[in-house]
Each structure stands twice: as structure tokens, then as C-alpha cells.
Design a protein around this ligand. Structure first.
Ligand code: N01
Length: 537
């Protein structure tokens, strides 16, 4: 807390990533509100400002990994590759910020440390690490779902004499691995992108794998003129398609069961999807994520590809020894991940069988072995969906703090609002489809919903909105019910359940019922007079 006089705004937005930038434009330029965005980073970009690790690239295809709210902006920007790399995404977001003249409303290098709601004035006071304070009627957390790095508490890290990095806090100047013996912990989407690039540069790379993972070749490539022109011409249809589909991608899940086709036909379908590359493989049959027997066929196909690619049978066994259904954890896509294990300078270590015991001054020790390392890379993911919100001291009605409110897991109605925290909105918060989708689609949906809600409130002279505890309870049941109907719920080491962070409550956080269904639910809530919300003058 500082004693600095508070700067008054209609709304404060936390974060200048995809969500915060569009939220700023919507509230400032469409509704005419006085808005400030507070951003901890030194530039816009959100997660892409921080995640600059080697190989960092989006798994969504570029023509849909972007805003679609403005035809002009959509058509003015030209992506260069099928999947956008991190530099290009940052350039894109900077381009959008410039087009919309957003910078004048953004305070960079300003981390929000606390926010408290005053019931008498019905306003939030927002504290920052720069000492500046803001007061606003609306507080919008556009903090991203994957923005709190998870560095596992392995004993001895402070004694390590080499350099260590977490992929989500990558040095802007890059890291030179030449001549280094590198150890990388983690084989999620990030580690799978990183390993081939590090291996090509380092003297040696040891990959420490706790959970073996599927991966599908991305088949990245430059975009052709023809494709770019087609996308420009058909952008409205593409946009409409991303709104209709389960995951906000521009492809539909094929409406056929794995068991509707012969073994030979199924094999052909998998081969074609694998050759095409990317997340479409998941969309080959409608029952892959709800029927374990169906999933086994897709999983087995991918395990066979691993055995085909990786020459050393023992390494192939470790990589293909995957203990969960395909796509029940977020499926990575890669460029030469499994091929990397054919390199002379790469080794795989199974830390499920032989767990990491300590980091030592000159490397790492498992129960049975010691490894000499110059550099350590933690590709160990995030305290996803709740970590960033809980790092801020947020206090709602009656001084109730968010950490207590979420002690047993995040309570959040529709992923938009928390009971007891009036006028606090969470863009793609826990309980919304968010991370199960191509992110710009749920982000644009939430920003539009929040903007329309605030416009409605102003038109009706209403000052506050918050969900009722009953509506939150009921939504949590729905989130749980739809998750339980899928194979996603049963993966015990999934970050969707918070299982990657020791001590985090095991609650399935995203809404797995699909973006299209969720969109309809949110529309129905509004049509029913904001069912489940309490509004007051
Ligand atoms: O993180 P993860 P990520 N000892 O949590 C291991 C998105 N993303 O950064 O599975 C040893 O998936 C952990 O092991 P286990 C995407 O949504 C998007 O890779 O917990 N190992 C796992 O192997 C993705 O899902 C893009 O047993 C430890 C790994 O570290 C999400 O970000 C690109 C450990 C962490 O995998 C997170 O991906 C990249 C320990 N103590 C990522 N602790 C795009 O396309 C953890 N691990 C936009």
C-alpha cells in the first residue's frame, strides 16, 4: 500500500496481451470509457512477451491465431508461415496496438500487486509495484491462462554453478548453447518445441522426461500467395467457422465414429491427418475424446510412428510408453521432436522410473545417476489458470480475499466473474473453454460479452454486477459434469486439473463442453436478464 493519490478511471485492465489489448479498444473506443491497462512487461504481447524460448511457435494456424473483430486489421496483416513464431506474433500485436493507437492508455513495466473493493464507493483500488494507485468502477483481469511460470522446487537449485532458465522467462537477447551440456526438464508442448532447436546448437542435450507425450508433426511451411489471397477473400466464412466449432479452430470434428469405418480405412484417415500435420489429427473422429477404445486406435497409430522414427529401441520404448489417452492432455505438435533422439548428442532420461533428487553445483542427480550440466532449462509449464490471479492480493466485498475464496479451487461463474467480487471480470477465467480452444476465439467472445454487459449496465443506470453464490455452485457442477463425460478428466497428472503444481487443489478448471455450446449458454444468460448475476444501482 502506498499513500499516493489514486488516479481515477472508469476501468482498469490488468495485462496487455491478446485479451487486454482488445478489451482496451472495446471499452475506450467503442464505449468511450476512460481506461488504463497495467502491464508488468516492457512491451505488449502478454504470454508472447515472455515466452521467447528457442522454437516458440503457436500451435494454432496463423490465419486464425489473430483478431477477427476488424476486417481492416485482419486483411492488412500478412502472416508468413502456417504457424506463427513468437517474434512474428509480437510484431503482430504491436501492429494492432499501433493501428488502434493503444499505447497511450497502457502503463508498461507496472505490475499490479493488489486490488481491493470498497463497498461504500463501489469502486476498486488497484495497487502497483511502481507505487501508482488507480481507482476504477470496473477491474478486468486480462492476465492470461498460462502466465505464472512453474519452477519446481528441486533441492539445490541455488547451488547450481551454471545458468538456468525457465522457458516462460526467456532472456530477450537469447541464450547461446554453443559448447554447452544442457539439461532440459519437461516434455510438454514447450519442451517438445525447444528440444530440437537446443540439440542443434548444444554440445549435448539430456532430456529429463517424467511423462511421455504424444506429438504430431506440425508440418510448418511458408504460406503461399494463393493461400493468403483465399483467406482474405473468405475471411468472414473462416471467422464464422471458428465460432461454430468445438475448439475455435477452422476445422470441424468429423461426424463419424472410429468404429464406423474398417481398420484399413481408419489407418488411411490417420495417415492422411498425420501427413497433413497439426491439431486436425484430433478431429478425425467424433469419439476420440469420449471413448477410450476409440482413442486407443489414434494413440496406437501415434505410438507406432514414434517407434518408426526413433532408431534406438530402448529410447523409442521410453518415448512411446505413454500412460494417458491421446489429447486428454493438451496434444503438442512438433518439428522433428522424435527425430532429435536419433542425434548422437541427445539422451533421454526417464525420471518417472528414476526421479530427480537434487540439482548439484555441476549438474543434476537422480536416485541412480549424476549428470554434469552447464545449463539447465525448465520447460516445466505454468501454475495455469489461477496462479497469476492468486499472485495478486485481491480483496472483494467485506475484505474477503480471493486466495481464501479459491482455496478449494477456482470459483467462477462462466469463467467471467467471482461471487463476492463485484465488477471484477476475468477474461477466459477458470470455468470457461479458454485453454481448450484456439485462444483468440474465446478471448474475443469474452471481451465482447464484458463490453456489452458494461454498455447494458450504463444504459440502465446499474452500478454493480456479481454472480450469486448459487449460480457459481451450479456452474462448477456443470463444468465438472461435462469434463467427466470426456477422457480429459481422468488424467491424474494433467495441468487442466492443477496436478502439476504440488498442493494445488485438484479441480478440472476449463469448461470442456465446447466453445459453440458455451457461447450459446452465455447468450442465454443475457437473454434471461443476466441469469445468475445480481445487478444493483
Ligand atoms: O507445460 P506442461 P508446457 N520434474 O505443463 C514436466 C501451452 N503452450 O509449458 O507431465 C520433472 O504441459 C511435466 O511432467 P508431468 C499449451 O496449452 C502453447 O509444455 O507433469 N518433470 C511436463 O512434461 C500447453 O499445454 C503453445 O509429469 C516435471 C512438463 O514439465 C501449455 O502451454 C506452445 C516437473 C510441463 O509440461 C503448457 O505447456 C507451448 C518436475 N518437478 C505451450 N515439473 C502454443 O502453441 C513439471 N515437469 C501457443
Amino acid at each position: 500500500m502506498t499513500d499516493a493519490p489514486a488516479i481515477d478511471r472508469d476501468a482498469v485492465i490488468i495485462g496487455a496481451g491478446f485479451s487486454g489489448l482488445y478489451q482496451l479498444h472495446s471499452l475506450r473506443d467503442r464505449l468511450g470509457l476512460d481506461v488504463t491497462v497495467l502491464e508488468a512487461g516492457g512491451g505488449v504481447g502478454g504470454t508472447w512477451y515472455w515466452n521467447r524460448y528457442p522454437g516458440a511457435r503457436c500451435d494454432s494456424e496463423s490465419h486464425i491465431y489473430c483478431y477477427t473483430f476488424s476486417k481492416e486489421i485482419y486483411q492488412k496483416w500478412q502472416w508468413s508461415e502456417r504457424y506463427p513464431g513468437h517474434e512474428e506474433i509480437r510484431r503482430y500485436l504491436q501492429f494492432v496496438a499501433d493501428e488502434l493507437d493503444l499505447a497511450r492508455s497502457i502503463r508498461l513495466n507496472t505490475r499490479v500487486t493488489g486490488a481491493s473493493y470498497d463497498e461504500a464507493t463501489q469502486r476498486w483500488t488497484v495497487e502497483t509495484d511502481s507505487g501508482e494507485r488507480y481507482r476504477a468502477q470496473f477491474l478486468i483481469a486480462a492476465v492470461g491462462c498460462l502466465s505464472s511460470a512453474n519452477v519446481p522446487k528441486i533441492p539445490g537449485l541455488e547451488s547450481f554453478k551454471g545458468d538456468w532458465y525457465h522457458t516462460a522467462h526467456w532472456p530477450h537477447e537469447g541464450v547461446d548453447f554453443t559448447g554447452k551440456r544442457v539439461g532440459m526438464i519437461g516434455t510438454g508442448s514447450t519442451g517438445i518445441q525447444c528440444a530440437p532447436v537446443i540439440a542443434a546448437e548444444a554440445t549435448h542435450l539430456t532430456v529429463f522426461q517424467r511423462t511421455a507425450n504424444y506429438s504430431i508433426p506440425a508440418r510448418n511451411k511458408p504460406l503461399t500467395r494463393k493461400f493468403v489471397d483465399e483467406v482474405r477473400r473468405n475471411w468472414e466464412d473462416i471467422r464464422a467457422l471458428t465460432h461454430r466449432t468445438h475448439n475455435g479452430h477452422a476445422f470441424t470434428i468429423t461426424d463419424r465414429s472410429v468404429f464406423d469405418v474398417s481398420d484399413a480405412e481408419r489407418e488411411k484417415i490417420y495417415r492422411e491427418a498425420y501427413a497433413y500435420g497439426g491439431l486436425q489429427y484430433r478431429a478425425t473422429f467424433r469419439d476420440l475424446l469420449v471413448d477410450k477404445r476409440a482413442n486407443d486406435t489414434a494413440a496406437e497409430f501415434l505410438k507406432q510412428r514414434i517407434r518408426e522414427i526413433v532408431k534406438d529401441p530402448a529410447t523409442a520404448d521410453l518415448l512411446a510408453n505413454i500412460d494417458h489417452p491421446f489429447a486428454a492432455k493438451r496434444p503438442p505438435i512438433d518439428t522433428d521432436y522424435f527425430e532429435t533422439f536419433n542425434r548422437e548428442n541427445v539422451a533421454l532420461v526417464d525420471v518417472r522410473a528414476d526421479p530427480i533428487e537434487a540439482i548439484t553445483p555441476d549438474g543434476l542427480r537422480t536416485g541412480k545417476r549424476s549428470f554434469k550440466l552447464d545449463t539447465l532449462v525448465f520447460a516445466t509449464g505454468f501454475d495455469a489458470m489461477t496462479g497469476t490471479m492468486l499472485a495478486i492480493d485481491i480483496r472483494g466485498r467485506g475484505g474477503r480475499d480471493l486466495r481464501s475464496a479459491w482455496q478449494a479451487g477456482p470459483r467462477n461463474y462462466l469463467g467471467l466473474q467471482v461471487d463476492g467480487f463485484p465488477n471484477l471480470f476475468t477474461v477466459t477465467g477458470p470455468g470457461s473453454p479458454s485453454v481448450l480452444c484456439n485462444m483468440p476465439v474465446p478471448i474475443e467472445h469474452h471481451v465482447d460479452w464484458i463490453t456489452a454487459c458494461i454498455a447494458d449496465m450504463r444504459a440502465k443506470g446499474l452500478k454493480t454486477i456479481e454472480p450469486t453464490p448459487e449460480a457459481v455452485d451450479d456452474w462448477l457442477v456443470q463444468v465438472n459434469t461435462v469434463a467427466k463425460a470426456t477422457l480429459l478428466y481422468d488424467v491424474k497428472h494433467s495441468w487442466y486439473l492443477g496436478a502439476n503444481v504440488p498442493g494445488k487443489p485438484r479441480v478440472f478448471m476449463p469448461y470442456a463442453g465446447g466453445m459453440a455450446r458455451y457461447r450459446q449458454i452465455c447468450a442465454d444468460v443475457v437473454a434471461a436478464g443476466y441469469r445468475g448475476f445480481a445487478l444493483s444501482a
